[in-house]
Write a protein that binds this ligand. Structure first.
Ligand SMILES: [Fe+2]
Ligand SMILES: [Fe+2]
Length: 300
């Protein structure tokens, strides 16, 4: 059995683990990119987010080897469009990217309708454009995790609820819904896609990007995607890892690798991994140890 790690709080107390950019803070046009097709029929849409000088300063202060002083630091939000015979968008970006998600979705849909909008969890950076997207695509069916008891709070009571054991055949692409092993809200789910072997672990496996690193596969980075980068993110977002039993959590990561055997990993806050996935899972085991011993890196 795969355990769920996280500390679900009462909804009113739920931290917005990623500070939501304010109006005018959205990515500048120079950092905007078109959606990227990362597998036939699967399109990656990215909100690069605002520059975060606070994180840059702490990277300089601790001498992070991969960071070059003066470079911008961004924490991205990702959404993914799955276009088989039917189409599904997984997550919505933050409200600062409302116009972007509508435009990028239109580009990726290429004249087709959106059939499903699936939410990983109700955090604002993931679900904040739900109603804008449904307004634009009124025929789309809203899909939400069946976990938790706060659906009415988020106006998700009428959504189609899914969880472990549930699948959605889009025709050419097939989605499976799963328990979220690393999560920050009780109402959360992960997803896999069968033809690509893609795992979508949502808040897990994110990392900060420098300018110019938007929409790059992990193997395309000039400055390495390594444990330190992942630890920087998880020490801010999943800082509760400082309280976990390290060896037990690492064993769960091994179990995740064994259970899903992903060929690709598409995090909501990191680069898409398309090669050598086991190496990244090993890094994530080290991240648990780093956060458990080093404590919280900071806030976002
Ligand atoms: Fe989250
Ligand atoms: Fe998130």
């Amino acid at each position: 059995m795969i355990l769920r790690f996280g500390v679900p709080l009462a909804p009113a107390l739920q931290p917005l683990h990623l500070r939501v950019p304010l109006a005018g803070e959205a990515s500048s046009p120079s950092t905007r990119a078109m959606p990227r097709e990362i597998h036939p029929g699967i399109h990656w849409i990215q909100e690069f987010g605002p520059d975060r000088p606070g994180i840059a300063k702490s990277l300089v202060d601790r001498g992070a080897h991969w960071y070059r002083p003066g470079r911008e630091i961004h924490v991205p939000q990702n959404a993914f469009l799955f276009a088989g015979e039917r189409t599904l968008l997984f997550d919505t970006l933050s409200p600062a990217a409302d116009e972007q998600i509508l435009a990028d979705l239109e580009t990726a849909l290429d004249g087709r309708d959106l059939d499903y909008l699936a939410l990983s969890h109700p955090d604002v950076p993931h679900a904040g454009n739900t109603f804008r997207i449904l307004e634009r695509h009124p025929g789309a069916t809203l899909v939400a995790p069946r976990f938790g008891r706060t659906h009415e709070l988020y106006h998700l009571e009428d959504a189609h609820k899914v969880g472990p054991g549930d699948s959605l055949d889009l025709g050419g692409l097939r989605l499976n819904f799963h328990d979220a092993a690393f999560l920050d809200a009780a109402m959360s789910m992960w997803m896999t896609e069968e033809t690509s072997g893609m795992l979508l672990p949502v808040d897990w496996m994110g990392l900060p990007l420098m300018d110019g690193e938007g929409l790059l596969f992990a193997d395309e980075f000039r400055s390495p995607v390594d444990v330190d980068r992942y630890a920087e993110f998880h020490g801010r977002v999943m800082f509760w890892m400082r309280y976990v039993d390290v060896s037990r959590t690492q064993a769960e990561i091994d179990l995740l690798a064994e259970t899903y055997r992903p060929a690709m990993v598409a995090s909501a806050h990191g680069p898409v991994i398309r090669a050598d996935v086991p190496r990244y899972f090993e890094m994530m085991k080290e991240v648990v140890e780093r956060v458990a011993t080093g404590g919280r890196t900071g806030v976002l």
